[in-house]
Ligand binder design. Sequence first.
Ligand SMILES: [Zn+2]
Length: 380
Amino acid sequence: MQFRDVLGHAQVKARLIKSAREARISHAQLFFGPPGTGKLPLAIAYARYICCTDPAEDDACGVCPSCAKIAKLVHPDLHFVFPVVNPKQGSVKAVSDHYIEKWREAVVANPYLSENQWYDAIGAENKQGFISRQESNEVMRKLSMKSYESEYKVLIIWLAEKMNAPAANSLLKLIEEPPQKTVFLLISEHTDHILPTILSRTQMIRIPPLEAESIRAGLSERFPGKETIAADVIRRSNGNFSTAVELMESGEQEQENFDEFVFLMRKCYGREIVDIHRWADKMARLGRERLKLFLTYCLRMIRENFILNLRQSEISFLSGQEDEFSKRFARFIHEGNVFAMAEEFEKAIDHIEANGQPRIILLDLAIKNIFLLKQKSPAD
Ligand SMILES: [Zn+2]
């Protein structure tokens, strides 16, 4: 990952490069903003630029031994801290080093990795990751040593909001009295969960959602020849590149989403509880990320159907088969139930994200939906 590989964020890149060229690298910086942007890619590209032995004006050289090591994330002066989960067996408290091989593999393959994709990669199942005090002991040990090859040691803390209180406090001490030639690059999607004392001692750099053009460029490189699907995906991704990639990959899942949505609505309308139970069992096995995509699809269908019903219009953003189905279905989605229905689906997405039991969440959603579908339109 070099600056040229990071999508968009031209201003931030320029600012980071300038700081390095003028030897005014702030020793603690926090890249913050919504998920799915270039926070981690920027931090890695910045570290690469700082450590490069022959940097050009606008990017690392890409070929020096330092660049080669950072490309594989194996540079001895580049350290990573990220949320981990404790292993199933044993009483060892997990630290990032236990997962470093998986981390390198996951980030090299996809520097735009989302938190949930990371947990999937380490088989965290229903557990939430954390950054513990043990981790900060490791960090202190590593940073107390002299740098091996570069002038600087760089520590990237991915999702710094996952630090528990003892970890955060010892990081604070390190930031207050930093070891020589050490750069802390914190990355956060929820600065409200970070100690205010840490925030006040770091230079905060906001990383905004990606512009449509940047997402388009990234998608056309990854999915050549699929520009027509991409247009729709960019519109739905809200500046989040991870979401855009997931939506592209789920293109083939759209048919499945449609079939499951139609099935769910029919069974709810018919109050076929036994079938709904079976459906929830089956869907619960899909995995959280896949389920979230399905529920997001349902939300879109509900909204589009409401608009269709409201305007009685011929124009819709639906595909052929969706449009065909919606001509008959739209009349069931009206002012009397659309808001409550959308809220239930949004709630289900939140609960799946928060590691609730998928089967129970889906069952609950379906049962609420039975009642909502039966509500009369105020217009009738
Ligand atoms: Zn280089």
